[in-house]
Design a protein around this ligand. Structure first.
Ligand code: AHM
Ligand code: MG
Length: 335
């Protein structure tokens, strides 16, 4: 039987042979993976662990927090603050950045995360996940400020997510393609189960919250309308629709078998660029998708090129199979 490759060995080899990651980044990713294992345990226990339901608090975006949102946030902070690899962290669930306390050594990386994405699915036992992104602290500044985090997604040095579904799977890029690791619960370790993940350029599957259709912009309406016309319409083929309402699970499906995912701007909140968060959700997912041969735009521009103006900035998202993303983008830009 072929030898199993653990995440630890994969990362050591990435450092040693490929030269893709410095040792500090390798150790940081190990810690993130360890935190994901802990979150996976809590998610698994569900009602038995008393972790379901809301927490009577709101996050900075005014959303009611679930108990597991808070638990996952604490697990990630506690696991990462003492290792010496990080300068600071930022989370969808915290108002402002979290500085590594003075009692611990300071590292050169910045970690951003959505601790538990798809929270509306927690109580109904549908897949949810943790999304993370790693940036390097700009050189020269002694302390860390929010400004240090405001880098375009193209500056990420690592990105990934862990999906808590029928299996717990960690999906990672350090800029050398996308690899998937499945949690082996008996061994307690992540095992490499797929390398060189590739998204087919064409697809017959789209993911969008159709209940918002009447609020969309014309180009998005046109794209979906053409898909819905199926074989008889301009696309000349039938499309299937999937919407899990967990970005992690929807993106995981797209990395596994292709498709296009959209969370577009809509008219209900004209001044908000979109629902999803640029730095915790769109950037890491966009880099993974691009590393797998797909594309990601906000309808007009490559997501990874957007320089954030604020930590909790939102963005419109179109990502997945390249030819579909190009089509949606051309409907917006007219080119
Ligand atoms: P969350 O970070 O509060 O969980 O919100 C993000 C989630 C995404 O995972 C998902 O794509 C989207 O919100 C679902 O939105 P909707 O409830 O409109 O279907
Ligand atoms: Mg989220």
């Amino acid at each position: 039987m072929a030898q199993k490759i653990s995440l630890t060995r994969y990362l050591v080899e990435q450092q040693r042979e490929e030269g893709h990651i410095p040792s500090q980044l390798r150790l940081l990713l190990e810690v993130v993976a360890r935190a994901c294992k802990s979150i996976s345990q809590a998610v698994n226990k569900g009602a038995l662990g008393g972790v379901l339901g809301s927490a009577d608090s709101e996050n900075v975006q005014g959303e009611v927090q679930k108990k597991l949102d808070i638990i996952a946030n604490e697990v990630l902070i506690e696991a990462n603050e003492w290792g010496g690899h990080l300068a600071a962290m930022a989370s969808e669930e915290m108002d402002s950045i979290y500085l590594v306390p003075n009692r611990y050594p300071q590292g050169e990386y910045l970690l951003l995360f959505d601790p538990l994405d798809g929270s509306s699915n927690i109580d109904v036992n549908v897949s949810i996940g943790t999304i993370f992104s790693v940036l390097k602290k700009p050189e020269g500044s002694p302390g860390v400020t929010e400004q240090d985090f405001l880098q375009a997604g193209a500056q990420q040095v690592a990105a990934g997510y862990c999906v808590y579904g029928p299996q717990t799977t960690l999906v990672l890029t350090v800029g050398d393609g996308v690899s998937m690791f499945t949690l082996d619960r008996e061994q307690g370790s992540f095992v490499l189960t797929q390398e060189n993940v590739t998204i087919p350029a064409d697809t017959k599957e789209f993911a969008i919250n159709m209940s918002n259709m009447r609020h969309w912009d014309e180009p998005v309406k046109r794209y979906i309308d053409e898909c819905l016309q199926g074989k008889e319409g301009p696309r000349g083929k039938d499309f299937n629709m999937r919407w899990i309402a967990s970005m992690v699970a929807d993106v995981h499906r797209i990395l596994t078998r292709g498709g296009v995912f959209m969370y577009p701007w809509d008219k209900r909140e004209p001044n908000k660029p979109g629902k999803l968060r640029l730095m915790y959700e769109a950037n890491p997912m966009s880099w993974l998708v691009e590393q797998a041969g797909g594309a990601a735009t906000n309808g007009r521009q490559r997501i990874l090129d957007i320089v954030p103006g604020q930590l909790h900035e939102r963005v419109s998202v179109v990502l997945g199979s390249k030819n579909e993303v190009d089509r949606v983008t051309s409907y917006h830009t007219g080119v």
